[in-house]
Design a protein around this ligand. Structure first.
Ligand code: NAD
Ligand code: UGA
Length: 458
């Protein structure tokens, strides 16, 4: 039996470790965090994150071979393998502000591991980090006079929120980077053995440390780049009466391009895409690769353009003013099936519309608490409403900002009847049945498709 510790009980630590524990009953797992409320929530019936399928797995493993704790020091001392999944947000101060990764939580963890270790350990980077962070980690850890040796591995996480359980149960690949020394390779093998409990060996790939660290940033940059590419084309479609879904289908059937991540939208959100691309941009600049930096930066610029283009479209379509108008935002989460609102385009659109002095009401099946927290600086200026029918009542427009399937099940005739006329739908996810909405009487503005409007002069 090995004692396996995960430091950081956030989206990654909290959703991955219970699944690993469920497949490795022979090992003992502990997840620690400095956030007491978060740990208490993991120990309760009301988990701190909404992730389909996770509740059952946590309930199945918790108290058996999975434990949650705030006693970081004690569990570091006992651990053989330590996964580190603390947050690595974008730096907001000093050198690299707005781009570089803020590694303060990371470094603090490294020092804490060092202080509390009396025996050799494997330390696994699960957080997303700038390439060559493992070198700094090794320097801190192995600069001890205690004769304790640490092997640092990189094992980036590729799961997406909302599908975390499926992604962990059946990953496209597991990537493990380690040093090409005897001890480094032994550590790699130990981690391979853990994943091999449920992941086919051919899907567990190994690499050198730097390739592994860099692959994570590059994977996110490529995924986000596809969305920005199709979103750029959506703007052109709206000018030319081409339909972005038809274009995406046509190009996606080319095997070399592939069909995934070509859904045009109001923009990509989430805690990682923007952060990781900006980190990549910063790294490139640091190495003097200015053209490469500009190339990737444009992915983020295009995303911001798409969010603002959507808000501007709402204003211009509604007779160039939304001041004093009630607007119902359907969705706050950055995507469906999560309560996470970090970098959500819904909140960016909300802020832009507030600048125009609209009265905003937001509805979302799972993310209202987080939205309320994120928009705390606007207290009193936004209404949060769990019932979409009440949210839409007396509204001039609905803006669909998250692709919750619940929104497709609503009675839009009833909603239309309760709204101010002319009534508008701006579908930032191309989620709803636009022809039907148009038939009901709505003026419908999709992404990357011609608008369906009853208004005469536009
Ligand atoms: P998160 O903010 O949800 O969780 C991080 C947790 O670490 C927090 O609960 C925080 O309290 C805790 N923490 C910070 N310092 C600590 C310390 N010294 N000791 C103990 N706990 C500490 O972040 P997240 O979304 O889980 O992301 C974690 C990392 O994983 C990031 O680097 C992120 O880029 C990466 N990642 C995230 C996702 C995702 O879907 N969210 C996917 C892949 C990779
Ligand atoms: C993303 C990656 O998909 C994961 O592989 C990665 O591990 C993770 O980031 C991370 O490092 O945090 P996540 O952000 O959870 O996962 O969700 P995605 O499904 O990638 O969606 C990101 C955003 O892009 C969402 O706002 C989503 O609505 C949007 N999106 C996605 C589109 O607008 N169009 C698409 O075709 C796909």
């Amino acid at each position: 039996m090995a004692n396996i510790l995960c430091i950081g009980a956030g989206y990654v630590g909290g959703s991955t470790m219970p699944i690993v524990a469920s497949h490795c009953p022979q090992h003992r797992f502990v997840i620690v965090d400095i956030n007491e409320a978060r740990i208490a929530a993991w120990q309760s019936d009301n988990l701190p994150i909404y992730e389909p399928g996770l509740d059952e797995i946590v309930k199945k493993t918790r108290g058996k071979n999975l434990f949650f704790s705030t006693d970081v020091d004690k569990h570091i001392a006992e651990a053989d393998i330590i996964f580190v999944s603390v947050n690595t947000p974008t730096k907001t101060f000093g050198q690299g502000a707005g781009r570089a990764a803020d590694l303060q939580y990371w470094e603090k963890t490294a020092r804490q591991i060092l202080e509390n270790s009396t025996a050799s350990k494997i330390v696994v980077e699960k957080s997303t980090l700038p390439v060559r962070t493992a070198e700094a980690m090794e320097r801190i850890l192995n600069s001890n006079g205690k004769g304790v040796h640490f092997d640092v591995l990189s094992n980036p996480e590729f799961l997406a929120e909302g599908t975390a359980v499926r992604d962990m149960e059946n990953p496209d690949r597991v990537l493990i980077g380690g040093r090409e020394t005897e001890s480094g390779q032994k550590a790699v093998e130990a981690l391979v053995e853990i994943y091999a409990n449920w992941v086919p060996r051919e899907k567990i790939i190994t690499a050198n440390l730097w390739s592994s660290e860099l692959s994570k940033l590059v994977a996110n940059a490529f995924l986000a780049q596809r969305i920005s590419s199709i979103n750029a084309i959506s703007a052109l479609c709206e000018k030319t009466e081409a339909d972005v879904s038809e274009v995406a289908r046509a190009i996606g059937l080319d095997n070399r391009i592939g069909k995934y991540f070509l859904r045009a939208s109001v923009g990509f959100g989430g805690s990682c895409f923007k952060k990781d691309i900006l980190n990549l941009v910063y790294l490139c600049e640091n190495y003097g690769l200015h053209e490469v930096a500009r190339y990737w930066e444009q992915v983020v610029t295009m995303n911001e353009y798409q969010e603002m283009r959507f808000a501007a479209q709402m204003v211009s379509s509604m007779f160039n003013t939304v001041a004093g108008k009630r607007l119902a935002l359907f969705g706050a989460a950055f995507k469906a099936n999560t309560n996470d609102t970090r970098e959500s385009p819904a909140l960016a659109v909300c802020r832009a519309l507030l600048e125009e002095r609209a009265n905003i009401v937001i509805t979302d099946p799972h993310a209202l608490d987080n939205a309320r927290y994120d928009l705390g600086d606007l207290a009193g200026r936004v209404t949060f409403e769990a019932d979409p029918y009440i949210a839409a009542q007396d509204a001039h427009a609905i803006a669909v900002l998250t692709e919750w399937s619940q929104f497709t099940q609503l009675d839009y005739e009833k909603i239309y009847a309760s709204m101010v006329k002319p009534a508008f739908v701006f579908d930032g996810r191309n989620l709803l049945d636009h022809a039907k909405l148009y038939e009901i009487g709505f003026n419908v503005y999709p992404i990357g498709r011609p608008a369906l409007t009853h208004l005469k002069a536009e």
